[in-house]
Design a protein around this ligand. Structure first.
Ligand code: C2E
Ligand code: CA
Ligand code: CA
Ligand code: CA
Length: 275
């Protein structure tokens, strides 16, 4: 769907399907909520597997919809990506994450998801550098999470952006590892600092020997490349016990905490230890 400029007149077409109409309405609502500041971040702790300490958080966007309550990303991120609104939304997310993280003690890292559509914006590097500067957050405390779809198009330009971010000190994590097709080739080409093993493998680590084998191999691969390796979606203590044997560096999941509001995460930082 084509983006409609703010304030531009949207004609009602009686032949338009309900679905198209619903999408157009949602797009208008996203625009309005960007102006009204209805998007906020929840944060999920990322824990060091050996010490049990919180070493970072992942910022996950939520939409406080004026009528429908708190919405999760799947309800609006795909449309934002298709309509071009992911640009302004992504900038809101980056600025909020950097500003909130700047207020936290220690060297805790904040990870922000950046979708492939955002890499279409030639100003992405400047936006990230600008968000860091505005918040006074050292680049070493920011990490961006990308999936390999970022790397499928404009490979040369995108690798240049990632290299520039890496040399600034920003971490680059490969998200949802194992769910795509070309991750191994990309691991050799792109300046990753972290590999996040997708939760579909972690979730079945006890139930399926195939998943255990994949987690073990992915962890060994990442570690041998000198990367930090994170297991996503850890829900039980039994999963964590097995993960410890794989060499995985960090873990994230409901076992340690679901995504929570900024005020709640601040209370968790540096204090709790999961043995
Ligand atoms: P993701 O980057 O893979 O984020 C992890 C998702 O897994 C989050 O869902 C999180 O709530 C969920 N999760 C964490 N631990 C567990 C667990 O132990 N069990 C299970 N079943 N789920 C767990 P969420 O917050 O709904 O986000 C969904 C996706 O939306 C994210 O997947 C990410 O791709 C996207 N997203 C979220 N925030 C942003 C954003 O600011 N910008 C962009 N571009 N995408 C975002
Ligand atoms: Ca992520
Ligand atoms: Ca993920
Ligand atoms: Ca995912």
């Amino acid at each position: 769907a084509k983006a409609v400029a703010p304030g531009r007149f949207v004609h009602y077409d009686p032949g338009m399907s309900e679905e198209v109409e619903a999408r157009r309405r949602l797009e208008v609502e996203i625009r309005r909520s960007l102006e009204d500041g209805d998007f906020l971040l929840h944060y999920q702790p990322v824990v060091d597997v050996r010490t049990g300490r919180v070493v970072g958080v992942e910022a996950l966007v939520r939409w406080q919809h004026p009528e429908r309550g708190l919405l999760s990303p799947q309800a609006f991120i795909p449309l934002a990506e298709q309509s071009g609104l992911i640009g302004p939304l992504g900038d809101v997310v980056l600025r909020a994450a950097c500003a909130e993280a700047a207020g936290w003690p220690g060297d805790l890292k904040v990870a922000v998801n950046v979708s492939a559509a955002q890499f279409g914006n030639p100003g992405l590097f400047d936006d990230i550098a600008g968000a860091l500067a505005a918040a006074g957050l050292p680049p070493q405390r920011l990490e961006i999470e990308i999936t390999e779809t970022v790397l499928l198009e404009n490979e040369e330009r995108n690798v240049a952006v990632l290299r520039a971010l890496a040399s600034l000190g920003v971490g680059v994590a490969l998200d949802d590892f194992g769910t795509g097709y070309a991750s191994l080739a990309y691991l050799a080409t792109f300046p990753f600092s972290k590999l996040k093993i997708d939760r579909r493998f972690t979730g079945d680590i006890l139930a399926k020997r195939e998943c255990a084998a994949i987690v073990c191999s992915a962890a060994a691969l990442g570690l041998s490349l000198g990367l930090t390796v994170v297991a996503e979606g850890v829900e039980t203590a039994a999963q964590l016990e097995v993960l410890r044997l794989t060499g995985v560096t960090q873990a994230q999941g409901f076992l340690f905490g679901a995504p929570m509001p900024a005020e709640a995460i601040a209370g968790r930082i540096g204090s709790e230890v999961f043995a």
